[in-house]
Write a protein that binds this ligand. Structure first.
Ligand code: FAD
Length: 381
């Protein structure tokens, strides 16, 4: 399937671009603390939070494709803003929007869209990363509650979050069909959020600990036989991350195009050297290809059951291209690229995560090979 941007999508793209240039401060780091919440409020006032949520919950009811365009535009200037757009819309908030009860939607979605409440995702565990179905956290029925035991790791913005979508086992068959998800609010008895650990890009991640944590039954999103549905929603997170990565790579490229026309060595602008021209051309090709694959995946969305193959193709290509592009952009800035004065080194550190988060490149390539060869490769043999 191909794609074409509708007049409305083009308009959203232009609105986001104009908003980013007028209202967002060009960033060299992730926003934290008061800056984070002030920015959230401003994004919400301008209608950028919860964009894919229904209007009755404070959203805009936009399609995923429009959301990708907006995320990409905002990330070119301020990656924290683009990330907030996907977290509060097609990303984490979509677990509630797509799988939640009407009561859960009314309780959580309006405050998420207002930029006053943040939800993070607890799926990975110390011994269950790529092998997500090996997760051990259990949710056992106990009167009006589920009792949770176990732990999570690598939860992005866990230190900022008010609540968490937590994957857990609701049965003891040992099969993926036992896995469901439940909303756990900060402050729940028996639940604690670990120390915020800074990662390579300067973003914070936390562990989560469940020690007989008592979570009300009304917080259940899905119990059994829901792993496919959960991963369908997770594909929105993957594409949001890819749009963020593409926006950052484009920002690095735009700066670099400007720089090579200004920086002079050997008596001329460095863009006059063929070695530099070919690097620029290669980056341009990779950006065009990455964008095409991402937009194609976004256009193929049917509700949240996104075609897995196009998501994996987009995710792998965007991640690998962005890594190469930001590396080459840094290179073309020479020593200035390596310094903290310019944002190039941060862009490089930011996009590195895209080859790991949301499923590693290797795991997605295994899924692609299985689709191409029409074989199911058992990773355990
Ligand atoms: C920036 C960032 C943000 C994240 N945010 C979150 C979050 O908000 N919530 C959350 O739950 N998790 C989050 N994660 C965790 C992420 O989902 C995992 O790191 C990822 O799934 C990989 O798991 P792992 O780190 O345990 O690596 P492992 O699974 O241990 O993999 C180690 C290496 O082995 C390779 N490998 C493993 N299995 C195979 C295979 N079958 N074939 C070939 N190679 C294989 C991998 O590709 C990798 O290179 C985040 C990670 C990062 C880096």
């Amino acid at each position: 399937m191909g794609y074409e941007l509708t007049a409305e999508q083009l308009e959203w793209q232009a609105v986001a671009r104009e908003f980013a240039s007028r209202k967002l401060t060009p960033a060299k780091h992730w926003l934290e603390g008061e800056d984070f919440w002030k920015n959230a409020e401003m994004l919400s006032e301008h209608g950028f939070l919860g964009i894919t949520l229904p209007e009755e919950y404070g959203g805009m009811n936009l399609d995923l494709f429009s959301a990708m365009l907006i995320i990409e535009e905002l990330c070119k200037v301020c990656p924290t803003s683009g990330r907030m757009v996907y977290h509060t819309g097609p990303g984490i908030a979509n677990f509630i929007n797509h799988l939640g009860t009407p009561e859960q939607k009314s309780k959580y979605l309006p405050k998420i869209a207002a930029g006053k409440y943040y939800v993070a995702l607890g799926m990975s565990e110390p011994d269950a990363g790529s092998a997500a179905t090996d997760l051990k956290t259990t949710a056992v029925e106990s009167g009006d509650y589920y009792k949770l035991n176990g732990s999570k790791i690598f939860v992005s913005e866990g230190h900022l979050a008010d609540a968490f979508v937590v994957y857990a086992r609701f049965g003891n068959s040992g099969k993926p069909s036992d896995i469901g998800a439940i909303l756990v609010e900060r402050g729940t008895p028996g639940f604690s959020v670990g120390v915020a650990e800074e990662n390579m890009s300067g973003e914070y991640q936390t562990a989560l600990y469940f020690d007989e944590a008592l979570v009300p039954k009304e917080n259940v999103l899905v119990t059994k036989n829901a792993f496919k549905a959960l991963m369908g929603v997770y594909n929105g997170v993957r594409l949001g991350y890819a749009a963020q990565t593409l926006g950052i790579a484009q920002a690095a490229f735009d700066r670099t195009c400007q720089y090579v026309k200004e920086r002079r060595q050997f008596g001329k602008e460095i863009c006059e050297f063929q070695g530099v021209q070919w690097m620029i051309a290669d980056m341009y090709l990779q950006l065009e290809a990455a964008r095409t694959l991402l937009y194609k995946a976004a256009a193929e969305v049917l509700d949240s059951a996104i075609d897995k193959t196009s998501v994996s193709i987009a995710k792998v290509y965007v991640a690998e291209a962005a890594k190469k592009i930001t590396d080459d952009c840094l290179q073309l800035h020479g020593g200035y690229g390596f310094s903290r004065e310019y944002p190039l080194e941060w862009y490089y550190r930011c996009v590195r995560a895209a080859s790991i988060a949301g499923g590693t490149v290797q795991v997605h390539k295994t899924m692609l090979a299985a689709a191409v060869l029409q074989r199911k490769f058992d990773q355990r043999k």
